[in-house]
Design a protein around this ligand. Structure first.
Ligand code: ADP
Ligand code: MG
Length: 328
């Protein structure tokens, strides 16, 4: 398997191991026999539509709720048998914005430091450092209730960072934010990913593909796919299509199909006013036709004005995988 990400080059240490967890509410199965592993330093996205079981899975890993069956090990600690130690490894940012609106930013983070039992003499300095890290120092004395949604989200993230936990679990970190705030939170998460293992959830595909090294797609309580964003996109690239716009007055394109064996089909899709033509070229799976198109077209005297390979999106992958999962 090809991993594009540099993190993989360093030694892999298992940080989270989710083993066959199931969560039932009465007869309803919210999480259905889910297993996955997360290595040190990875940023992993739990992706799935509303109600898929993302928050439930995260709440089980953090030890906030107990699974009906299965086991979760966080940095070597069983979340049930060694719950205190396991919880100590995790900083958790729950869904939605933080409560405690009547506290100032600094008061809230200090309060979190007290809950985390940070030593008194280190407390002030650590709170300060977290406020710097999350870009909150300029508003440290503001009441949380008076902050924007994006700022509140950063306060919540700051709360998760207290005690410098090995693992950060962020439930829908960008929900309800405007595009600028999303960009800010995203780069903050990426930055934090350098020193923490991060699990975040989202129902937005572009979100996880931009931040995460690995994506776990959940639907109806089950894992339907687990891969890099790149590979997931490749799943949908069933048809290997290239679009070319050419000037080919002598219609030499007819002979191209014989010349490039990997081409399955050439379709004319547009005849432009300037006499250029746009073709759709369909190739066999797993070959990049661009190079041979370029050389062979040149040999035939066909001038290429534009060549384009449409990108499959994670959205396509998601719909396809969920569709297939649904049929099972
Ligand atoms: P997601 O975070 O992916 O949107 P959740 O994990 O919150 O999904 O929920 C998964 C499913 O479990 C949903 O159908 C939800 O209604 C159900 N669920 C969650 N919590 C409870 C609960 N306390 N009691 C009953 N059903 C619940
Ligand atoms: Mg949720």
């Amino acid at each position: 398997m090809v991993y594009y990400c540099k993190r993989k080059e360093r030694e892999e240490t298992l940080v989270i191991e989710v083993k066959n967890i199931t969560k039932k509410y009465g007869n309803f199965v919210a999480v259905d026999d889910i297993s996955f592993k997360i290595n040190d330093g990875e940023i992993v996205g739990l992706l799935g539509p509303n109600g898929a079981g993302k928050s439930t899975t995260m709440n089980i890993i953090t030890g906030f709720i107990e699974q009906t069956e299965g086991q979760v090990i966080v940095n070597g600690y069983d979340t049930i048998k060694k719950s205190k130690m396991a919880k100590g490894q995790i900083g958790y940012m729950p869904e939605g914005v933080p409560l405690y609106g009547e506290l100032t930013v600094k008061e809230f983070i200090t309060y979190m430091a007290e809950l985390r039992k940070i030593k008194k003499k280190e407390k002030k300095q650590k709170v300060q450092k977290i406020m710097e890290q999350t870009g909150l120092n300029t508003m440290q004395n503001k009441l949380i209730q008076n902050l924007s949604r994006g700022q509140k989200q950063r306060v919540s993230l700051a709360g998760a960072l207290v005690g410098n936990p090995k693992v950060l679990i962020l439930d829908e970190p960008t929900v309800g934010l405007d595009p600028k705030q999303i960009t800010e939170i995203r780069s903050l998460i990426k930055e934090l990913g350098k020193n923490h293992t991060v699990i975040l959830s989202s129902h937005i595909l572009s979100e996880v593909s931009q931040i995460c090294d690995k994506v776990i797609i959940i639907n109806k309580g089950k894992i339907v796919a687990e891969d890099t964003p790149d590979n997931l996109e490749r799943i949908v690239a069933e048809n290997n299509i290239i679009y070319v716009t050419v000037e080919d007055n002598e219609n030499k394109i007819e002979s191209i199909k014989e010349k490039i064996k990997e081409i399955k089909e050439i379709k004319l899709i547009m005849q432009n006013e300037d006499k250029t033509k746009k073709y759709e070229i369909i190739g066999n799976k797993d070959v990049d036709l661009r190079k041979s198109i370029f050389t062979e077209f040149a040999k035939e005297g066909i001038t290429i004005f534009e060549m384009k390979k449409p990108e499959a999106t994670l959205e396509d992958a998601f719909m396809k995988i969920i569709g297939e999962g649904g049929k099972k």
